[in-house]
Ligand binder design. Structure first.
Ligand SMILES: [Zn+2]
Length: 207
């Protein structure tokens, strides 16, 4: 497992970026995280970037408890335990046929978790698996980004993903990340935050 660690002498948050959690999705997510890892300097704190947790494995849904008992899942839990990140970005890739299931307004009724929100061109944003969210504190910032497989070689999609990830990489506070995201995607973030609040009620604030 390749791991990039960007450190500075400035005190700051620890941020973890992971991709390729199951199946062969790392084919699509690893190139983006590789760019993030090699191009950027961070202003403070530490960033850990793992472009690919698994290259080819059985697909086990990260919403299921079974995932966290698999080789990939235990690797992921170990990363979170070892680095104890304040910011956590989980990058997945989905096929066209999964779009309606991932963004289904009734997803919470059907499978118990809120739908993803389309940021506008097939890049989806949403909360992380509830089982995993419990490993973080209420002050941490945790999001899942789903990349459309069939578009991820397009320059504009790649640039947009990098813009999103660089926000996470360079911004120092949870509130500021949210502020920037709201400026970039006002309607979408309103919806994503509302879905989060409906799900977690008063227990957690987005994300
Ligand atoms: Zn995935």
């Amino acid at each position: 497992m390749k791991l990039y660690r960007l450190t500075t002498s400035e005190q700051g948050l620890t941020k973890l970026f992971v991709g390729g959690l199951h199946g062969n999705e790392s084919l699509y997510t690893a190139p983006i995280l590789e760019i993030l890892a090699t191009e950027e300097e961070i202003p403070a704190g530490e960033a850990v970037i793992v472009p690919c947790i698994t290259e080819a494995s059985k697909y086990i849904d990260v919403l299921s408890a079974e995932y966290y008992q698999s080789k990939e899942g235990t690797e992921l839990l170990r990363l979170i335990r070892d680095y104890n990140p304040d910011f956590y970005f989980e990058l997945h890739a989905y096929g066209k046929q999964s779009y309606s299931r991932l963004t289904d307004p009734e997803r919470e009724d059907k499978i118990g978790v809120p739908p993803f929100v389309d940021l506008g061109d097939g890049i989806l944003l949403g909360s992380i698996a509830p089982i995993l969210r419990r490993k973080f504190s209420e002050h941490d910032f945790c999001v899942t980004i789903e990349v459309p497989k069939w578009k991820c070689e397009l320059t504009e999609i790649r640039e947009e993903l990098l813009l999103l990830l660089r926000l996470g990489l360079t911004i120092a506070h949870k509130r500021e990340v949210l502020k920037e995201l709201r400026l970039l995607y006002p309607m979408q973030m309103k919806k994503a935050e509302m879905l989060f609040q409906q799900y977690y009620r008063n227990r957690l604030r987005p994300f």
